[in-house]
Design a protein around this ligand. Structure first.
Ligand SMILES: [Zn+2]
Ligand SMILES: [Zn+2]
Ligand SMILES: [Zn+2]
Length: 157
């Protein structure tokens, strides 16, 4: 798990993400259009989750205000390619911090600074799946969102 340091070189995170996005799309034969790239860039501006309307505002600041439907479509594309994740409890989006190829990750959400970090915990997801399966439930998708304080905020409080 990588909880981003408070003061880190975020332009590196963004650059890594954009190059990963280019590669992912190329490999899958889909196109990272300028619009999709712009939406991804706006989501990736910080490690906090951002709602669709804030994304539209961020894009409007950069130039023209996009139609909501184009932003929603771009988000759907980015979600399908694992480049952003939806934080269901906040109806907001966060850029994926690392390549995990369709494997689910638990989301750790800091209540104080809003930072979201991803926790790879395959054994937890597998455990839930088999526990549900043992009760005759066919699991399709499990989302785990954990709220709390990141270590920087816990120290500051
Ligand atoms: Zn960063
Ligand atoms: Zn991710
Ligand atoms: Zn925090």
């Amino acid at each position: 798990m990588t909880f981003p340091e408070l003061h880190h070189n975020h332009s590196k995170c963004t650059a890594d993400l954009l190059s990963r996005a280019e590669h992912t799309c190329e490999r899958r034969g889909s196109r990272l259009t300028a619009q999709r790239r712009d939406v991804l860039g706006c989501v990736a501006r910080s490690h906090s989750a951002v709602g669709a309307y804030d994304i539209i505002e961020r894009m409007a600041e950069q130039g023209t205000r996009p139609a909501p439907i184009t932003v929603y479509r771009a988000l759907e594309f980015l979600l399908a390619h694992g480049l952003v994740h939806k934080i269901e409890s906040r109806n907001a989006f966060v850029a994926c911090s690392h390549a995990h190829e369709g494997q689910p990750a638990a989301m750790l959400i800091c209540e104080a600074c809003g930072t979201v970090a991803e926790l790879d915990a395959p054994e937890i997801f597998a455990g839930l799946k088999s526990a549900a399966g043992a009760r005759g439930f066919a699991e399709q998708r499990t989302m785990i969102e954990v709220t709390g304080l990141c270590s920087a905020c816990a120290e500051a409080s």
